[in-house]
Write a protein that binds this ligand. Structure first.
Ligand code: MN
Ligand code: MN
Length: 465
């Protein structure tokens, strides 16, 4: 064999996706991005993401599931859990005990939650909201940027008030102030982690004192009276609220070639969107039932009633299978793509990654055999056989994909919902879109990788093993 032939046959050299796709496919890459940008603009919290996903699903023929309802192949159903997680399914031709194709993504993102008693007035009539951060954030990134307030307040009469301030044109926004560099000598000498502390993440929300009032906290009283007029909420009602402070940035194209998308919450709403899109795109009746779960609480350990460790998923699957023992058999024969973002190699911070084992922006959807930290601890570590079958499925559909790893050995680490699906005896592998500036208020992904994530999940749903 000529050396050139040998090289082509034996060496594996991943290529930039744009060197591998046709003109027509390039147009599809840019088209797919528009649908996602609309989704991300609306899905700013897990509750918003569930509502948006359900709205899209209903337009695609999905109906609410109830236990015992008669299902026939091709039927499309969904069920919502406490407004913060959702499962969708397309019923397949095969018996469920032969296994399902499961897509699992999460719809919560790092943010600042309001404390139960958030509001206070500080010196000279400045009013603030105290926060407790949610998920892994670099605290300094949250100062000196525009912020919005979103969430719900549950009242004692059973009513729930929806709060959304900052997103609509003309809305006020909020901010966390930072120190001017002129007086930043002591702050600049601290580490990045200590420069702005958790207790300093206080959001400025007002400054005009109540007129004709002699008491304390006049500016706070004025803000509370505004909230009472607009929303009917009193200070005590913050005790039963889920209000979050999130970045107030529009979802935008990044770069002169518009190849990238910037926005808040790509982790993991880009994979959540890809998963529902793949489910919607199933034409007719799939061989295996396709199930998509969009879970909450991944960023804090997949715990709680709406997290991936919750029995919510098992209850739905047990009902679908007709009992727990059938569900266990179904799990044993099922495969799951844990659809969560991976880190994109960042040349500016090249030293934290192994360049031979990194995912790159524009090199396609990333597979991760394992995640974890310190010797793969906490990782799902997918079976070689599963990866082999998936490689074949992706290659047969010309999906551009790559294998990645979360940084150099012992550089850090992280996890996904994969291990909780693995614990259920479901063969699982991590797959996701590479992200630059992951967990920052403004994250960046490549449109090509988003498109390939959708195509990969579609190819997975079409597998007939
Ligand atoms: Mn994630
Ligand atoms: Mn994350």
């Amino acid at each position: 064999m000529e050396h050139k032939e040998l090289r082509e046959k034996l060496l594996y050299t991943p290529k930039n996706g744009y060197d591998r796709i046709s003109e027509e496919e390039r147009r599809n890459v840019f088209k797919a991005a528009e649908g996602y940008k609309t989704f991300l603009s609306r899905a700013k919290t897990e509750r918003d993401a569930v509502m948006t996903a359900v709205e899209l699903a209903e337009a695609e023929g999905f109906v609410p599931y109830s236990r015992g309802m008669k299902l026939t192949p091709g039927d499309r159903v969904y069920t919502v859990n406490h407004g913060k997680s959702v499962i969708l399914a397309v019923i397949g031709r095969d018996n469920l005990q032969e296994g399902a194709h499961i897509l699992a993504a999460h719809i919560d993102s790092p943010r600042l939650d309001l404390k139960p008693m958030p509001m206070y007035e500080d010196r000279k009539e400045l009013v603030y909201l105290k926060t407790h951060y949610y998920g892994g954030i670099k605290k300094y990134q949250w100062a000196a940027i525009p912020l919005e307030l979103r969430g719900v307040v549950a009242l004692t009469d059973g009513g729930v008030v929806n709060v959304e301030i900052g997103a609509k044109p003309g809305d006020p926004v909020f901010t966390i102030t930072d120190l001017l560099p002129h007086l930043g000598k002591d702050q600049s000498a601290k580490t990045l982690a200590e420069g702005i502390s958790g207790e300093a993440l206080n959001v400025l929300i007002g400054s005009i004192p109540m007129a004709d009032d002699e008491g304390a906290d006049r500016a706070k009283l004025a803000i509370l009276s505004y909230l009472y007029e607009q929303y009917g909420i009193r200070e005590e009602d913050f005790l039963s609220a889920e209000l979050s402070i999130i970045p107030n940035f529009p979802v935008s194209d990044v770069g002169l070639d518009r190849s990238l998308i910037g926005g808040y919450g790509h982790d993991d709403r880009c994979c959540a969107y890809s998963a529902i899109r793949a489910l919607f795109d199933i034409g007719g009746v799939p061989a295996k039932t396709a199930v998509c779960v969009l879970a909450d609480k991944e960023e804090i350990g997949s715990v709680g009633v709406t997290g991936m460790q919750s029995q919510f998923f098992d209850t739905f699957m047990s009902n679908l299978c007709g009992g727990d023992c059938f569900m266990r058999e179904c799990y044993a024969n099922s495969t799951c793509l844990s659809a969560d973002v991976c880190n994109a190699f960042d040349p500016i911070y090249a030293e934290v990654s192994d360049p031979r084992n990194s995912a790159y922006a524009n090199y396609g959807v990333g597979l991760m055999k394992y995640t974890g930290a310190r010797g793969k601890s906490g990782s799902n570590d997918a079976n070689a056989e599963l990866i082999g079958a998936l490689r074949a499925a992706l290659d047969s559909k010309n999906v551009v994909w790559q294998m990645g790893e979360l940084g150099k050995v012992d550089q850090g680490g992280g996890g996904t919902v994969a291990c909780y699906m693995g614990n259920r005896n479901i063969s699982t592998i991590d797959i996701g879109i590479p992200v630059l500036s992951m967990h920052a208020p403004y994250e960046v992904i490549a449109k090509l990788d988003l498109y390939m994530a959708i195509r990969a999940m579609s190819a997975f749903c079409a597998m007939e093993e």
